[in-house]
Design a protein around this ligand. Structure first.
Ligand code: 5GP
Length: 193
């Protein structure tokens, strides 16, 4: 998606440790017009698939998922919550996710009320790096008996391989910008096309 690539080039900054900061429009300040265009792009890619729900993970996935939902017939958006601890009373699906940015594992939960066996789910997230966050969401869908229809990502860091592994397993991953390389010294960012 050219508009997103241009914004990354103009406003993104490359940090040490393979971190791309796009706080100006995605991870702190939110450009909802851009989010709307991202939702339209995913709707075009996943046209023809039945989507009954969008599942994302707090916090940065929520805004883009809500804008995307407007392009998928206003389906409900559910966000997996990052919990302090797992409560085992049985009313929620749980897993653990290793956080790329925080470099630690944390529990993630979704209430059984909001993810069901009949659901056809589109997973949405802001970044795809090694794929741990998505693996957690896929596991939650598996526990609920829901079907993962596709994965919509704003920015994939292609050089970290998470997206390619998921594609190799048959998941339909639509990343709107795929960063092929980025250099914290020069700030140079190159995209895959
Ligand atoms: P993964 O689980 O695929 O390794 O990493 C994806 C998650 O980590 C995303 O949910 C995102 O919040 C965070 N993340 C990974 N890489 C970056 C990055 O370069 N920049 C930002 N802002 N977040 C990232």
């Amino acid at each position: 998606m050219q508009e997103l690539e241009e914004r990354i080039q103009a406003e993104g900054t490359v940090k040490a440790g393979d971190v791309l900061k796009v706080d100006a429009f995605l991870n702190h300040q939110c450009d909802v017009r851009l989010f709307d265009h991202m939702g339209a792009a995913w709707a075009e890619h996943f046209a023809g698939k039945t989507i009954t729900k969008i599942l994302t993970i707090e916090a940065s996935g929520i805004g883009i998922a809500c804008c995307a939902a407007r392009h998928f017939g206003d389906v409900p958006v559910v966000f997996a919550k990052k919990a302090q601890s797992i409560n085992l009373d049985g009313d929620q699906y749980t897993t653990t996710v290793y956080s790329f940015t925080k470099q630690k594992e944390f529990p993630v939960i979704v209430s059984k009320k909001y993810l069901n066996p009949g659901d056809h789910v589109l997973l949405i997230d802001d970044f795809l790096a090694n794929g741990k966050a998505l693996r957690g969401l896929i596991e939650l869908c598996g526990k609920a008996g829901a079907t993962v229809e596709g994965i919509g990502i704003a920015v994939e860091k292609g050089f970290q391989g998470g997206g390619d592994s998921l594609r190799a397993e048959g998941y339909d991953v639509d990343s709107l910008a795929i960063v092929e390389s980025m250099d914290p010294e020069t700030g140079k960012i190159e995209f895959r096309h």
